[in-house]
Write a protein that binds this ligand. Structure first.
Ligand SMILES: [Zn+2]
Length: 104
């Protein structure tokens, strides 16, 4: 839905500029989310038998009518985390600090 528009009657707020969802009147309450298209990145993740490459999805979502916006990072089934956008900079900074400990 285009930014600034309310597509359906249940919307408490217009879609944010990043929302790509086509909302429907019949959307179940659980699905009433504003979401961006996200992006996918192949990453090596730890596995008991070694490293395994998985497609991780990184996306933004916010439940309609709420104030918190979340960044989802995960493979869609087994591994995932959803972080409040206000905390993302701290997480990225911590990751860079950990990475710096590896040296050169
Ligand atoms: Zn929306």
């Amino acid at each position: 839905m285009a930014s600034g528009d309310k597509a359906v009657s249940w919307q408490a707020e217009p879609c944010p500029s990043w929302c790509v969802v086509t909302h429907q009147e019949g959307d179940p309450v659980a699905d009433r989310l504003h979401e961006d298209g996200g992006r996918t990145v192949p990453v090596r993740v730890w596995d008991p038998t070694g490293a395994e490459v998985r497609e991780f999805h990184v996306s933004i979502h916010r439940r309609d009518g709420t104030s918190r916006t979340w960044i989802y990072i995960g493979d869609g089934w087994e591994q995932r985390v959803e972080i409040d956008v206000v905390d993302i900079d701290d997480v990225v900074s911590a990751v860079h600090s950990e990475q710096a400990e590896l040296g050169g």
